[in-house]
Write a protein that binds this ligand. Structure first.
Ligand SMILES: Cc1cc2nc3c(=O)[nH]c(=O)nc-3n(C[C@H](O)[C@H](O)[C@H](O)COP(=O)(O)OP(=O)(O)OC[C@H]3O[C@@H](n4cnc5c(N)ncnc54)[C@H](O)[C@@H]3O)c2cc1C
Ligand SMILES: *[C@@H]1O[C@H](CO)[C@@H](O)[C@H](O)[C@H]1NC(C)=O
Ligand SMILES: *[C@@H]1O[C@H](CO)[C@@H](O)[C@H](O)[C@H]1NC(C)=O
Ligand SMILES: *[C@@H]1O[C@H](CO)[C@@H](O)[C@H](O)[C@H]1NC(C)=O
Ligand SMILES: *[C@@H]1O[C@H](CO)[C@@H](O)[C@H](O)[C@H]1NC(C)=O
Ligand SMILES: *[C@@H]1O[C@H](CO)[C@@H](O)[C@H](O)[C@H]1NC(C)=O
Ligand SMILES: *[C@@H]1O[C@H](CO)[C@@H](O)[C@H](O)[C@H]1NC(C)=O
Length: 528
């Protein structure tokens, strides 16, 4: 009986997912948008089509990867840059009823461009104008709209308090919409965990165009959008976040060790200690290919970036005891406010005014890039590290970020939010290649595959885990308009581990017809 039922269910499911989108009716789509919004909040000035002179600039300002940015894409029907929540609601309802796919975009940093490309007719629902932030110091809470950048959020928090902060990413132009729904980690990870660990409420537009909050969406959906990626479930309008305590003065440093300066040995030892240091200390290692100062030849420099919730004096003690090979000197350390540390991590020179955190670069993206990720559970032997160097030296420009785990990450259960990568990790690797010429794309993509293969014996396996925010279509992906459940289980298992099943059943409950779909979305599959 159970088998028959599951068979019937399977047939039903396959037919739902394979339902071909009818040819989109774009005229009706635009008419629908106007009829569903009030003149008071007119949508006209929020709609960009290829006929608007500002169309290209509106498209490219939030396409951060030149490899994927394509303003001439004929599948792109329009950009709706919502100025009001009703514009978001109308876009969802009208896109759905007229067979147009939507791509939701906040900061536009998706590493594979999945917020601004599609191979079937689509609309970009752009959130960058919905960017208000309100901070409530006495309750240590804030509301942040999806289109705000992290730089804007950090600035507002610091304006309100010198001892509050939010655990989130290190690049100030990341959008709150995409970044937080994918997990969101940064240098407060060992002390406070990641962004989704501090989300306490959210406003979301669901597939029926309704605005829900935590109470009305229910705990299942609220769980799913904390790490499962928002774009499978609806459009995040805003997050309510919990702010965390930081001292008035923190300490940071950046120290380089090239191979000639025994960088490999220091990095090897870093693996043994970095996840066991006090949680107030986050010490990232960043191996990067570079030109040797003396030799003039390519070599590897391992940059060590630290953030410590305490004084330089105390930090010196901890480092010299646990990682003496780093040779840390007092003059390497800078004491500063939390807001100033966000500039330091953004690689702005010391002394840069904090107003740069509010910059929103416009104009086309400058560089082509590709990222990948891995989780590491036991130290990589020196010969393994040396194999990685050998491949890295073949690139023009490549780096890795080794981000230490431990601290509170070992204490938060892997099913507390949809983001699963918690206990048992020593560190997470991000691989990142950057180039400036379209001619070099295939070479770099090939080298990234090689680097990932070289790393395979040393990283997590069954599944080989990956971080959703470091989007990588090589770990599995579907065509734009169709969702194969089998394929989705391949990438879904790597991104969500044991949380995939619950994510699929939340999806089945809230978006059974799979309207919110993209190449790596979660398919609607009820738990059996
Ligand atoms: C230079 C750089 C630095 C980075 N640093 C970090 C870091 O320190 N820590 C970290 O965790 N990650 C980091 N990332 C990864 C980053 O967090 C992800 O790319 C994230 O998805 C970006 O969010 P976004 O809103 O800018 O991107 P977008 O491209 O706008 O969106 C990314 C994804 O989220 C979806 N989405 C966007 N807005 C919404 C919304 N309102 N509702 C529902 N779905 C939405 C999109 O459809 C897409 O699937 C970095 C990326 C880059 C390029
Ligand atoms: C795009 O052009 C239309 C028609 O001229 C106009 O009504 C609309 O305001 C323009 N959109 C923007 C964002 O300027
Ligand atoms: C888009 O098309 C215009 C006009 O044909 C062209 O000038 C421009 O270079 C194209 N842009 C891209 C990124 O291909
Ligand atoms: C550290 O290495 C980077 C390149 O990897 C280089 O640009 C920078 O100047 C170096 N800094 C120091 C202090 O040596
Ligand atoms: C932060 O940086 C600014 C700009 O360099 C500087 O003027 C200020 O003194 C710094 N403040 C703290 C507390 O670090
Ligand atoms: C996580 O799993 C544990 C053990 O299976 C269970 O008791 C708990 O309720 C789950 N937590 C959530 C938030 O689902
Ligand atoms: C890229 O390759 C094309 C064709 O091989 C060549 O004509 C062009 O000059 C190259 N561009 C650069 C900047 O190297």
């Amino acid at each position: 009986m159970k088998n028959v039922l599951s068979f019937l269910f399977f047939v039903l499911l396959v037919s739902v997912l394979d339902a071909k989108i009818t040819k989109p009716n774009t005229e009706n789509f635009f008419r629908c948008l106007r009829s569903r919004t009030s003149p008071k909040y007119t949508i006209t000035g929020a709609i960009y089509t290829h006929d608007n002179s500002t169309f290209i600039s509106s498209y490219v300002s939030y396409t951060k990867n030149k490899r994927l940015s394509n303003p001439n894409d004929t599948n792109l029907v329009a950009i709706v840059a919502a100025k009001h929540a009703s514009h978001v609601q109308a876009t969802v309802v009208c896109a759905k009823s007229n067979g147009v796919q939507i791509r939701i975009r906040s900061g536009g940093h998706d590493l594979e461009g999945l917020s601004y490309i599609s191979s079937i007719p689509f609309v970009v629902l752009d959130m960058h104008d919905l960017r208000s932030i309100t901070v409530d110091v006495s309750n240590k809470k804030a509301w942040v709209q999806a289109g705000a950048t992290l730089g804007e959020l950090y600035t507002k928090i610091a304006e309100a308090s010198k001892t509050l902060a939010f655990p989130s990413g290190v690049c100030p132009t990341l959008g709150a919409g995409g970044h937080i729904s994918g997990g969101g980690y940064g240098n407060l990870l060992r002390k406070y965990g990641i962004s989704v660990d501090h989300v306490v409420d959210a406003h979301l537009v669901d597939v029926n165009g309704k605005i829900l909050n935590r109470a009305s969406m229910g705990e299942d959906l609220f769980w799913a959008i904390r790490g499962g990626g928002g774009a499978s479930f609806g459009v995040i309008l805003s997050w309510k976040i919990n702010l965390v305590k930081v001292p008035k003065i923190l300490t940071v440093f950046k120290v380089n060790k090239t191979l000639e300066q025994r960088g490999t040995d220091v990095l090897y030892n870093w693996q043994l200690v970095s996840s066991k240091l006090p949680p107030e200390l986050f010490l990232r290692a960043m191996p990067e290919n570079t030109i040797g100062a003396k030799s003039g030849e390519k070599t590897i420099a391992v940059k060590f970036y630290a953030q410590f919730l305490g004084s330089a004096k105390k930090l010196m003690k901890i480092i010299n005891k646990n990682l003496p090979g780093l040779g840390l000197k007092r003059e390497d350390c800078y004491e500063m406010s939390w807001l100033n540390t966000t500039l330091f991590w953004g690689d702005f020179p010391i002394g840069t005014p904090a107003s740069v955190l509010l910059d929103r670069p416009t104009g086309p993206p400058g560089a082509f890039y590709k990222g990948k990720s891995d989780y590491v559970k036991k130290p990589i032997p020196k010969e393994g590290i040396e194999k990685l160097w050998k491949t890295m030296l073949k690139f023009e420009n490549v780096w890795m970020q080794w981000n230490p785990y431990g601290g509170v990450m070992d204490k938060i259960p892997s099913n507390a939010t949809a983001f699963p990568h918690r206990k048992g990790n020593l560190f997470k690797i991000q691989y990142f290649a950057l180039w400036g010429n379209a001619n070099a794309t295939s070479l770099n993509l090939g080298l990234m595959k090689e680097l990932y293969e070289v790393a395979e014996p040393y990283v997590s396996s069954n599944p080989r885990e990956a971080f959703l925010n470091y989007r990588d279509v090589d770990v599995g992906s579907n065509p734009s308009g169709e969702t194969s459940v089998e394929e989705a289980k391949i990438y879904g298992t790597k991104y969500f581990l044991g949380n995939l099943k619950r994510l699929m059943s939340v999806k089945a409950k809230y978006d059974p017809e799979n309207f919110f779909r993209y190449e790596q979305s979660i398919p609607p599959v009820l738990a059996m």
